[in-house]
Design a protein around this ligand. Structure first.
Ligand code: SF4
Length: 949
């Protein structure tokens, strides 16, 4: 890769730079060391940035593995256009951009600007988002620009607006450390925001008085630090918090002064809560929680002032997610528990720049810079600032609606950037059909293994992390630089550049003639302050000028940054102002003066009527489906799957079931299962096939599956295909936490592990093609450093010798067949090198004889195997080598079986395991899992000794 703007010094052999992690909403600072030789540069080391306020030097396992995801292999490097034969052909940028501009202009003339749409991503930088929003809403004249952040935190956005008059997160991460009580609701912080979890864990060590409550249907790794766990019925959150509001009122725990002086709507909110029986027994019954635990939670919340309620997708991804968010905020307002150190409702975003997208107006119901279409004068203000001719009249289609509009033929052109809707949206099979029918689909993407590319008419190669240059805003409103350190490969270009070039080609040269990201950022900052007056503080303050619109989001002082100042920008929380000496001052906490962004300055309590999930259970779909993230993967895996160690924590799609649900269906741990939902007509919806994990942390009647797998890594791993496209009426956020499915054993007569050298097969198509000859019913593809591991299953009795010869490039050099057991072990060699390795076992159960993949990986890397290694190949391990089991510690590659053995042999705590095996001693992401394994083994020991007694 070519060096671009080496940071800090002009021509050093080695230099250091700081940037931010591109994964979750914690927004950790990353420090890298770069090495330059002649005309190339590479990252030689990567660590947490000790100076960044989000992480103070920490990184989780995903952040630590960033450097492993950077190779140019698998990157898109040239624009492509689909020809008349349906084949994507490489073209020049001029050809691709001219085509897009001409088609957009033509559609605008013939069908109107509203026939064009964009679907963006919280992975984009604020500068990309800003240019997209300006081009589509200001110049093409379409409101149909939405983002995958709709799937993540749109309900929290609406809840904030309803309560505070602005989409404003009141808290900072520091508040978690200053609280007396932290409540996690619908948030597996340990896996999804691991560095924040580590900060909270440390806060609990530093402050023994800090209590932590985890509210979640599943027992997750976040329970490691919980003082109290409420395993509530899915979807009953609003009932729980309505009950809390009534409890506070009944026990005299309201902050009457705060309510009177700074809020409105309390009586209506309490009345709505009291429409249902608010006795503890009734609430405990409805939420399906233990009544004593419920009372303990209510008492702790009601009696502490410094309470942070941290909520995430478990609240948001619901058909009543907005109301749930308001039910939480109501309780904070009623107790005066916000605007104080260690107090407030705290929505944590999933993506690195979900908040940056909200700042520019990158949602279909937003206009720009925290102004909506409904805001009086907003269209005129934005139109004047941009000098834009075509500001739309009203909001556009939100994500799920947008794809329905494409299906109906109302949208004729869609530009998708940095996201993979063919996998990530609910009802994804229908989304794929809509994409296939859309006359023009443009996909800007970095990676070649995005499923959405199959539907693209134009592919634009985009820059990726370490190449992109701009800013992101994390969950605590902190704006940080994500710096361009390496040059993009080939002809890949920044997203903002692609958009601006199309804008210029459509005749808007003046509006899109940006010299670089700093120029875009300055304009964005200027717009935030354009006719933005400071919030009204007291009654009697001057009325606003008719053309002014009061917004909390204001970073106008940053508009004065020159290019150097922008490059050197330190993390800062909005709103931003200048101090007396001209220094930039950010805002740690909002609403400290109890003045809100509503017309009368008062916060609003919102009446909430609890609702159950809309995806109904039935005889055909009796199990409640919960979907979510796992520790070591990000979104649809296009990036994290490039790191072998991240693939090993959960190598295959899985389904977690309660032991009794598994037993009722004849499913054993490690077996293969099939999940399906039903649509409105009763037809089967989706087909998800996965490995069974039996879990006591799962409630009976409920199952959990990960959201990550795409068609490149599993035959049937798309979680979105099982979900209906039902959405919250206010936020448009899909109900991804509350599907309805049944689970059954996947019929198969054999299972196989196939290891192949990289390059033998081009990709998943070769594997999928070869599987059709095997009557295969399941495959998962797991790239490793020196091989590609494939887990296969199927029916019938294939001729394996013939299949190997036909598909694996060389015949078997070693072959052993156990006819009675139906098992085969085989290996193929080329010039002495191991090229493939195969083990087939008969039956549907997972074999007890798991190979040692790590050792086999060394064999694949070896030029010449020793006689002992070659003799041991068919056994899959050297004599005496133990199976390490599922990977727990990704940093040090320590497996579950190794850890269990160490516990059994006397290492009774996490620290002892770390001392012996090094597990948990680097990024710390696996510490909750280690603790759980220790507890499981010790409880097994106790059970054994009781039985013996
Ligand atoms: S917690 Fe992990 S994934 Fe999230 S920003 Fe930090 S390093 Fe990245």
């Amino acid at each position: 890769m070519q060096v671009r703007n080496p940071p800090d010094a002009p021509q050093p052999a080695r230099c250091r730079a700081t940037t931010t992690c591109p994964y979750c909403g914690v927004g950790c600072g990353v420090a890298v060391e770069l090495e330059q030789d002649q005309d190339s540069v590479r990252i030689v080391s990567l660590s947490g940035d000790v100076a960044h306020p989000a992480n103070h030097g920490r990184l989780c396992v995903k952040g630590s593995a960033l450097a492993e995801t950077l190779s140019a292999d698998g990157r898109l490097t040239m624009p492509q256009v689909r020809d008349e034969a349906g084949v994507l052909r490489e073209v020049s940028w001029e050809t691709a951009l001219d085509l897009i501009a001409a088609r957009f202009a033509d559609l605008s003339r013939t069908h109107g600007g509203e026939s064009i749409a964009a679907y963006l991503s919280g992975q984009l930088l604020t500068e990309d988002y800003y240019v997209a929003n300006k081009l589509f809403k200001g110049f093409i004249g379409t409101p149909h620009l939405d983002t995958n952040s709709r799937l993540c935190m749109a309900s929290a956005v609406v809840a904030h607006k309803r309560a505070f008059g602005a989409d404003a997160v009141p808290c900072s991460y520091e508040d978690l450390e200053r609280a007396e009580l932290v409540v996690l609701v619908g948030s597996n912080l340990a896996w999804n925001h691991p560095v924040l979890f580590q900060r909270l864990k440390q806060a609990r060590i530093d402050n023994p008085l800090l209590r932590i409550v985890v509210i979640d249907p599943r027992v997750t790794d976040s329970c490691e630090i919980a003082d109290l766990y409420l395993g509530l019925r899915p979807g009953s959150d609003a009932r729980l918090f309505n009950g809390l509001l009534a409890y506070m009122a009944d026990r005299g725990r309201l902050d009457r002064l705060y309510l009177k002086a700074h809020t409105q709507g309390f009586d209506a909110a309490l009345k709505a809560a009291r429409r249902e029986d608010c006795s503890l027994a009734a609430i405990a019954r409805d939420c399906d929680v233990d009544v004593e635990r419920l009372e303990t939670f209510y008492y702790w919340f009601a009696t502490q002032l410094h309470v942070v309620t941290l909520f995430s997708q478990g609240v948001n991804q619901s058909t009543s997610g907005t109301d749930k968010g308001n039910a939480i905020i109501n309780c904070h307002l009623a107790g005066g528990k916000l605007g104080l150190p260690g107090a407030g409702p705290f929505s944590i975003t999933g993506q690195p720049n979900a908040m940056g997208g909200r700042e520019v107006g990158g949602l279909a119901n937003q206009l720009a810079a925290h102004m909506d279409y409904e805001t009086p004068g907003a269209r005129e203000l934005v139109g004047e600032f941009w000098n834009a001719p075509n500001i739309p009249q009203g909001p556009g289609h939100k994500a799920v609606e947008l794809f329905a509009a494409i299906e109906r033929g109302e949208i004729q052109a869609l530009w998708i950037m940095a996201t993979n809707p063919a996998v990530s949206l609910p009802d994804s099979t229908r989304v794929r059909a809509a994409l296939a029918a859309c006359p023009l689909v443009i996909v800007s993407e970095c990676m070649a293994d995005s499923d959405t590319l199959a539907y693209a008419d134009v592919v634009l190669p985009a820059s990726s992390w370490s190449e992109k240059d701009g800013t992101v805003t994390n969950s605590e409103r902190c704006i940080s630089r994500q710096r361009g350190l390496l040059a993009p490969p080939g002809e890949a270009r920044h997203d903002w550049w692609q958009l601006a070039e199309v804008g210029k080609r459509m005749g808007y040269q003046a509006a899109f003639g940006y010299s670089g990201p700093h120029a875009i950022f300055r304009e964005h900052a200027r717009l935030s302050g354009f006719r933005n007056v400071a919030p009204r503080h007291k009654a009697g303050s001057k009325p606003l000028a008719a053309s002014s619109i009061r917004r909390l989001f204001n970073i106008a002082p940053l508009a004065e940054l020159d290019r150097e100042g922008y490059d050197a920008l330190r993390p800062i929380q909005w709103p931003v102002r200048r101090g007396e000496k001209g220094e930039l001052i950010g805002t740690l906490r909002l609403f400290e003066d109890a003045t809100f962004n509503t017309p009368n300055g008062r916060a609003r309590l919102v009446p909430v009527t609890p609702q159950l999930p809309h995806q109904a259970l039935s005889d055909a779909t009796p199990l409640r489906l919960n979907t979510g993230r796992i520790r070591d993967q990000w979104h649809t895996m296009t990036r994290t799957a490039r790191s072998a160690r991240l693939m090993n924590h959960r190598a295959e799609p899985f389904v977690e079931l309660h032991p009794q649900d598994a037993a009722a269906r004849g499913l054993q741990d490690g077996a293969l299962a099939q999940l399906a939902g039903r649509d409105e007509q009763g037809s089967v919806r989706g087909d998800y096939r996965a490995r069974v994990r039996i879990s006591h942390g799962q409630r009976q009647g409920e199952v959990f599956i990960p959201m990550h797998w795409n068609d490149h890594f599993a035959s049937h791993g798309r979680a979105g295909a099982l979900l209906a496209g039902l959405v919250d009426p206010f936020s448009g956020q899909p109900e991804s936490k509350h599907g309805a499915v049944d689970v059954m054993p996947l019929p198969c007569e054999w299972q196989a592990t196939l290891l192949i050298a990289p390059g033998i097969w081009g990709g998943h198509e070769d594997l999928a093609g070869a599987m059709t000859e095997l009557e295969g019913c399941y495959w998962a593809r797991i790239p490793q450093a020196t091989l590609v591991r494939c887990q296969l299953a199927g029916e019938g009795q294939p001729d394996w010798a013939l299949w190997c010869e036909r598909h694996l490039s060389v015949q078997a050099g070693l072959w052993a067949q156990d006819m009675a057991q139906g098992g085969i072990s085989a290996a193929g060699f080329r010039e002495g090198r191991l090229i493939w390795w195969l083990r087939v076992t008969a039956g549907a159960a997972r074999s007890d004889r798991q190979p040692n993949i790590a050792w086999l990986g060394e064999c694949f890397a070896s030029d010449q195997l020793s006689a002992l290694e070659r003799r041991s190949l068919l056994a899959g391990r050297l004599s005496g080598q133990a199976d390490v089991g599922t990977m727990v510690c990704a940093c040090h590659q320590v497996g579950e079986l190794t850890i269990r053995q160490a516990i059994q042999s006397g290492d009774r705590c996490v620290e002892a395991l770390g001392a012996r095996l090094a597990c948990g001693t680097r990024c710390g992401s696996c510490l909750p899992e280690l603790k759980r394994l220790v507890e499981e083994e010790r409880s097994d020991e106790r059970t054994d000794s009781l039985e013996m007694a």
